[in-house]
Design a protein around this ligand. Structure first.
Ligand code: FAD
Ligand code: 2HG
Ligand code: ZN
Length: 440
């Protein structure tokens, strides 16, 4: 994003867990701060050395340790790139339980440390469920080996959960044991144009009812985001005339066991949607080939990159009740208009897209000519207050990093923050592990 600028003058690239342990012991002895870094694709400034801490990059720890094709349990070094793990298990007909647009660069250790959600969470749940065990180097250099491959293990406190979403503040994840699901026999997707945002909720209900267990994603793109995608070469996915003045778009993916059966369900769904007395959609398409399937996903996955091309994006990743998605986007746009900051001279676009099925909205506000303090001052804390007033979360999946430490209190009570501090103090009394991140 060009929003955070690293200050580190040293980057260490250990190859083994023992080397990580030696480095951490050395740093603990000399009170040297450490910033763990994976693929550096995080969106909240968590992997950046802001006060000259050393960067500890996991990229050279990239071996698969074992894979059991019967149980689907994969054990790998934390520095393995998500896409390379998908490629590794694909011949065994398994897939990773998570998928995201950054898959070609992000690492499994980074995914775990941010508790990344992504495009498959609706189907396979969060990493809190699929991660079976972790190997972690603690802030004093001790190696905590909890690399379990057990599905069930109720032997007291489940310490690994603290590192899932810990953003590198409690220790360095060096190894991961994760449950991978069997690859679905058939995957298909449809892309729908909706005349009004108000149709999203009833559509979601119908799609869930009609597709049942085969629905694997339900993703949202508003009109501004779709048009931006078109400008940057994504699509077109639908006939422009049929799209007309549609307000938003929905991508539905199915993953099932029988292609014929799944296609029948999807065709029936489309027919039902188009021929209803008051159709919920203006138009829609069912992918007819792998390349069309990929083109539909590319529209959704490519939006983050398009935002960068449009200007400098202020990115907000919030959970709010589904019915409020568009209201939040509209409230922010109106705010910028009322401040005289909307237009090509300042904020050129305010848009929403995201994982509707999970109640997770990605609100992107584009500063055409770069980040400016008065733009940020108009956006924050306004956005956080809007989210809090709807009992939402200021970070649904990207984390707190350095961007939102000051906003933590909008989503966590004083008591929660106090106990988070106590946990940090127990693990990292010297405050050398990613200092200044997560906790204000
Ligand atoms: P980094 O960016 O390197 O680090 C992220 C945080 O984890 C930092 O705090 C860092 O210190 C810590 N960390 C990294 N590795 C370790 C380790 N081994 N041990 C301890 N701490 C560590 N996020 C989602 O949740 N869902 C999405 O759908 C999604 N899509 C994205 C699409 C694009 C195009 C991009 C650019 C980003 C997207 N993200 C998404 C955000 C980002 O990709 C994820 O947060 C990802 O999990 C970060 O992994 P990384 O290896 O790049 O971690
Ligand atoms: C996504 O879902 C990612 O595409 C990135 O979480 C969201 O670009 C964003 O704001
Ligand atoms: Zn996302």
């Amino acid at each position: 994003m060009g929003k955070y600028h690293g200050q580190a003058n040293s980057v260490l690239r250990p190859r083994t867990t023992e080397q990580v342990s030696e480095i951490v012991k050395y740093c603990a002895h000399r009170r040297i701060g450490i910033v763990p870094q994976g693929g550096n694709t995080g969106l909240v400034g968590g992997s950046i050395s802001l006060q000259k801490e050393i960067v500890l990059s996991l990229g050279a720890m990239n071996n698969v340790r074992s894979f059991d094709p019967v149980s689907g349990i994969l054990v790998a070094d934390a520095g393995c790139i998500l896409q390379s793990l998908s490629d590794y298990i694909a011949p065994h007909n398994h897939i990773m339980p998570l998928d995201l647009g950054a898959k070609g660069s992000c690492q499994i250790g980074g995914n775990i440390s941010t508790n990344a959600g992504g495009l498959r969470l609706l189907r396979y749940g969060s990493l809190h469920g699929t991660v079976l065990g972790l190997e972690v180097v603690l802030p004093d250099g001790t190696i905590l080996d909890q690399l379990s491959t057990l599905r069930k293990d109720n032997t007291g406190y489940d310490l690994k959960q603290l590192f899932i979403g810990g953003e590198g503040t409690l220790g360095i994840v060096t190894g991961v044991s994760i449950l991978t699901p069997p690859a679905p026999q058939a995957t298909n997707n449809i892309f729908l144009a909706l005349p009004r945002f108000d149709n999203v909720l009833p559509l979601f209900q119908i799609v869930k009812r009609q597709l049942g267990e085969i629905m694997s994603a339900f993703e949202y793109i508003d009109r501004t985001a779709y048009d931006m995608g078109l400008t940057h070469g994504l699509g077109p996915l639908l006939d422009a005339e049929e799209v007309g003045d549609s307000e938003c778009f929905i991508l539905v993916e199915t993953s099932g066991g029988n292609n014929e059966h799944d296609l029948e369900k999807l065709n029936h769904l489309l027919e039902h949607l188009l021929t209803a007395d008051q159709p919920l959609i203006n138009t829609g398409t069912l992918s007819q080939s792998p390349s069309q399937f990929n083109a539909i996903w590319a529209m959704r996955e490519g939006l983050t990159e398009c935002c960068q091309k449009e200007g400098k994006p202020y990115k907000y990743d919030v959970s709010v009740p589904l019915a409020d998605f568009q209201k939040v986007v509209d409230a922010v746009r109106e705010r910028m208009i009322s401040k005289g900051l909307y237009g090509d001279h300042a904020i050129s676009k305010v848009m929403g897209y995201g994982h509707v099925g999970d109640g997770n909205l990605h609100l992107n506000v584009i500063a055409k000519h770069g980040y400016r303090p008065e733009l940020e001052a108009a956006l924050e804390p306004f956005i956080y207050e809007v989210v809090a007033s709807r009992k939402g979360s200021v970070s649904a999946e990207h984390g707190i990093g350095s961007m939102k430490t000051h906003a933590l209190h909008y989503s966590k009570s004083d008591v929660s923050i106090e106990w988070m501090r106590k946990v940090k103090q127990v693990f990292d009394p010297l405050n050398i592990m990613n200092p200044g991140k997560v906790l204000p």
